[in-house]
Design a protein around this ligand. Sequence first.
Ligand code: DGJ
Length: 729
Amino acid sequence: MSITFDEKEKVFHLTTKNTSYIMKVAKEKYLSHVYWGKKIKTPDMENAQLNRATCFDAVPDKKDRSYSLNFVCQEYPTGGGTDYRVPAIQAVFSDGSRAVEFIYDSYKITSGKPKLKGLPATYIEENAEADTLEIVLTDTLKSIKAVLMYTAYNEIDVITRSVRIINESPEQILLEKVMSASVDYETSDYDFVELSGAWGRERHIERNPLRSGIQSIESRRGASSHQLNPFFALASKNANEEYGEVYGFNLVYSGNFTAGVEVDQLFKARAYIGINDYDFSWLLESGESFQAPEAVMVYSSHGFGEMSRTYHRIYRKRLVRGKYRDAVRPILANNWEATYFDFNEEKILELAKTASELGIELLVLDDGWFGKRNSDNCSLGDWYADKEKLPDGIGGLAKKVKEYGILFGLWFEPEMVSPDSDLYRAHPDWCIHIPKRERTECRNQLTLDLSREDVCEYIISAVSGVLDEAEIDYVKWDMNRHMSELGSAGLSPERQKEMSHRYMLGLYHVMEEIVSRHPDVLFESCSGGGGRFDPGMLYYMPQTWTSDDTDAVERLYIQYGTSLAYPVSAMGCHVSAVPNHQAHRITSLSMRGDVAMSGNFGYELDLTAFTEEEKEEVKTQIKQYKDLRTFIQSGDMYRLQSPFEGNTTAWQFISEDGKDIFAAYFRILCEVNGGISRMKFTALDTDAVYEILGDGQGKRYSGDELMNIGLTVDLWGDFNSRTWRLRKV
Ligand code: DGJ
């Protein structure tokens, strides 16, 4: 059992392979947090847990003036009492009162991990993989319970947390805030590390020291967003890729989230993550429960690198599901940047033919195949083929594409509706809106109201209908606007603030239905690029379009930042045309290939416009990626040089058995007489010999030489790269 409870000391101790998480029931009442970090034996509680009330601190036990809830590290802090730090829960009761007082009630330890109803979450395949602890806290006056659920994975250093709130009173309770996890630290000597950005500049790494007050990130857009990601880490000041302590928090949720850290008067820190309480409330009827999403927490004593590899492992193996969890992902060509809306069947078949000749395995038809969509101003919701462009419909096109021996994929944007569409004309109240208020359009579209069952059922049948009728192997599921004028025609006035979360529950239901009805289809999620790159989406769709920005230099930052929490097998990465459509930069085909190969490889440009010389280069890239992809997609990634810290970026992939290695080095601007550059490998076997394959074929070096002396890199010109393929001899 990786979870124990010491009845006498009232101490819960959760362990993973290398970590411990410890809690104690203090004074027979209060569930307090004791420790989270490197694996230890159960410590002496008097030493491990400090109680020291300070001035203006109220004391719940008159006989013990040292014990204050405002000081002690807590496990699930409540509002309205004597802990003035940020609460994990806020509720309003029928008498108007707001104080919640959770007292320890009971616990249950089971092997395995239960599912979360209606929500995505990490899973197990065998009970022996993990143990789960449920701790029940009760407010006896108000008959409200919190069931805190913790799962400790045995072999992966992951602890997951979630919370279920149960209303056992005869009256309604209004929940205003329910965090998924709250963790107290005795010190605030950490940096707050997060992934922020914008459309086309997603997930850049920001690192700032903690300071007094609250430092937080959140989304109020109805999606996890390009702007801030539901991930953050607390890192010791000296933490780098290999050294130092790092605590990672990631919410398995695709909607409005909040996460942050409060540093209090005594420089202690409280971290939290959960559904955003902004514009949120939930009316809990008597007997009902509310399930908060899962937080995936990773502690690493070996810096960011180990934290990331742990996230990659759990997400690759126990979050992503279905056929493509373990299967290699096909190399694709997408027509979007090749044609935009301007295509017909002939053009698509030309692309398919060329793709097949080059060795590409899947052709994806992007936006513009349905309704009368020749620009982005109409037809979302009308999921039937435009017969002017595609006379034989999607079914006919799919058959013809497949005659070239490749797979066929199709784009959808199922959550949206264009005001100029048959769907909107038939159901004007199916979009998110407030009666009589302007329905503000973004990209000429409105958001369908997925908090409504009828809307969800329409989407399921419309998308499934197309997938049932044509031979479709891949779906790109796009989403191109954020919510505004929040309101649902399906909810009563007092439930309007439930809309954003009900939308997510509806979306998860829709995706669950569609992916389980079509188990052989590879799904890739997208939101104007990486606007919904989160673990919630990955549970349904094993890969995500990382960013609409396909410039090779910009992608170094985006892919490097994304890898902090998410595996490369989740990142769609394509070679696109130059000058790049977003950055207008010209980079070599070779660098574009090396950057895109560091993820799920594909092309997004007019393949028919390649010169003969370019075609040969592309064929070589494709051959190369076919040799690399098993371990790029399923092996370990090591970040070696950060684009956020200098002119060079480097990373390395290594297969699980340590035998196959691929490393890439990128230099943005040329440095004349800039000194000697070396690529130092990592995680190799010091005593083993490695052979360089491909370029430099046959040369052999010892692991310790490759790691300590490294290989020289000679690059000339701006925007350049060099890669190495190694095999252990
Ligand atoms: C946004 C996506 O990120 C693009 O790749 C493309 O699919 C367009 N939408 C199509 O409208």
